[in-house]
Write a protein that binds this ligand. Structure first.
Ligand code: RP5
Length: 164
């Protein structure tokens, strides 16, 4: 995880520009939590070399955690996880034809040996991927811990006691 005096950085990657409308919620949530991030389009099938180079250099580039959004036959998170020991969280993008069930099953059903943490389909998953990253990084980073606790308190306080 984070090395001494270096605040952790999360990489948010996605298979296509079309995934960004979902993944930008992940970017926004990390910003609220004041977690550094870098954002890239990498496709396992359209830009395999770009994906390979990113994954192989991620550790050297001080990436603590990778969030990978992909839709359809969503092999990007699993391919990246196979190329690095950095934890990977996969966000199943809601696909047009199968509403993201294809993406979910592709990402969640990694055979034993190379795990990918998987969150919900679509916007909820993108937000939760950022929150899960924060939880993981908060183990070794006090600032992130504080920001995550603040975020959760705000959420709790926003829930009304009675419906209108
Ligand atoms: C996947 O194919 C991407 O992650 C995206 O969700 C899906 C469709 O891509 P586009 O055809 O919109 O570029 O690789």
């Amino acid at each position: 995880m984070s090395s001494k005096n270096v605040s952790p950085k999360v990489a948010i990657v996605m298979g296509s520009q079309s995934d960004y409308k979902t993944m930008k919620l992940c970017v926004k949530t990390l910003k609220i939590l004041k977690i550094k991030s870098e954002i890239k389009i990498l496709s396992a099938h359209r830009t395999p070399k770009r994906m390979y180079d990113f994954a192989k250099k991620a550790e050297r580039n001080n990436i603590s955690l990778i969030i990978a959004g992909a839709g359809g036959s969503a092999h990007l998170p699993g391919m990246i996880a196979a190329l690095t020991r950095i934890p990977v969280i996969g966000v199943p993008i809601e696909s047009k034809k199968l509403k993201g069930l294809d993406s979910l099953l592709s990402i969640v059903q990694m055979p034993k040996g190379i795990p990918v943490g998987t969150v919900a389909i679509g916007n909820d998953g993108a937000i939760n991927a950022a929150l899960l990253s924060a939880s993981i990084l908060s183990i070794s980073d006090k600032k992130i811990r504080k920001n995550l606790i603040r975020w959760r308190t705000k959420q709790t306080n926003s829930v009304k006691k009675k419906p209108k």
